[in-house]
Every structure is written in structure tokens, then in C-alpha cells.
Design a protein around this ligand. Structure first.
Ligand code: TYD
Length: 133
């Protein structure tokens, strides 16, 4: 069973600044189909609040910080993202939301499927009743 985990990406230190990168074959446990980013989030706003049936993701705080809260229907776990060389792998079927966005936070998400509203589960009650055990 696939589990959520932090993936450490390369960080090339240089007196001119840092450089990080990701390569599908080396760092991502799926084929990349889509990338999207979340930015200009007003203070106190919450994003996400759903799970996907098929889509897997890596979530990176490219700038600033925010929390990703994962919930398997029984318990929740919070990952605070604030380093641009760490990605949070979120397997399909994981309820997740993002909160506590700092000013100028930039969330970058690498996803395994193209966008499809049909892949969303937006009803937490429906989600948690099918994920227990
Ligand atoms: P949504 O995933 O609901 O945002 P969040 O989970 O962060 O609250 O997406 C918001 C809107 O953007 C929704 O109308 C679907 C659309 N959207 C796309 O068209 N393509 C995409 O790749 C994504 C992620 C969202």
C-alpha cells in the first residue's frame, strides 16, 4: 500500500544561490501528467478539502510555507512544508487539505493524471465511510 511521505529533492548549494530540481525517473514515484500551482492565497484560506480516486501528487512549497493535513478517515497527520527541496508524496485515496499559507506562499504540485472533476471525492462523509480499515 502506498503511503504519504516526504521526498527529499536535490539541493545544489552555491554562493550564487540554491538550485533544486526533480526528474520523473529519479525522484517521482509516478509518471508526470500535469503540474499546477497555488499562489496569492489570502490569509486564513483553506485549499484542497478532497481526495482523488486515481491521482497521485507531490506537493512542494516552492516559496513561503503552508501545512498539508492528510486524513485517512480515522486519524489526521499534518506536514508543514517550508523548504523548496522537500516534496510531500500524497497517494491516491488520501483526503487532504492545505492551510496556514504564509504571505507569498507558492505551492507547486506535480500530478499523475490530467485534470478530471470525476476523479475528485469532495464529500468527506462519503470518503470516510469507504476508507475505514
Ligand atoms: P480545486 O482542485 O477544487 O482547488 P483546491 O482543491 O485547491 O481548493 O480546483 C479549483 C478549480 O480549478 C476547479 O474549478 C477545478 C479547476 N482546476 C482545473 O481546471 N485544472 C486543474 O489542474 C486543477 C488542479 C483545478
Amino acid at each position: 500500500m502506498k503511503v504519504a511521505k516526504i521526498i527529499e529533492l536535490p539541493k545544489i548549494l552555491d554562493e550564487r544561490g540554491n538550485l533544486s530540481f526533480l526528474e520523473e525517473d529519479k525522484h517521482i514515484p509516478f509518471s508526470i501528467e500535469r503540474m499546477y500551482w497555488i499562489y496569492d492565497v489570502p490569509g486564513g484560506e483553506v485549499r484542497g478539502g478532497h481526495s482523488y480516486h486515481k491521482n497521485e501528487e507531490i506537493i512542494i512549497a516552492l516559496s513561503g510555507s503552508f501545512d498539508v493535513v492528510l486524513n485517512d478517515g480515522i486519524s489526521s497527520k499534518t506536514f508543514s512544508l517550508n523548504r523548496s527541496h522537500y516534496g510531500l508524496y500524497v497517494p491516491a485515496g488520501t483526503w487532504r487539505h492545505m492551510e496556514n499559507f504564509s504571505t507569498n506562499a507558492l505551492g507547486f504540485i506535480v500530478a499523475s493524471t490530467s485534470f478530471s472533476e470525476d476523479d475528485y471525492e469532495r464529500d468527506f462523509k462519503g470518503y470516510s465511510s469507504t476508507t475505514k480499515n
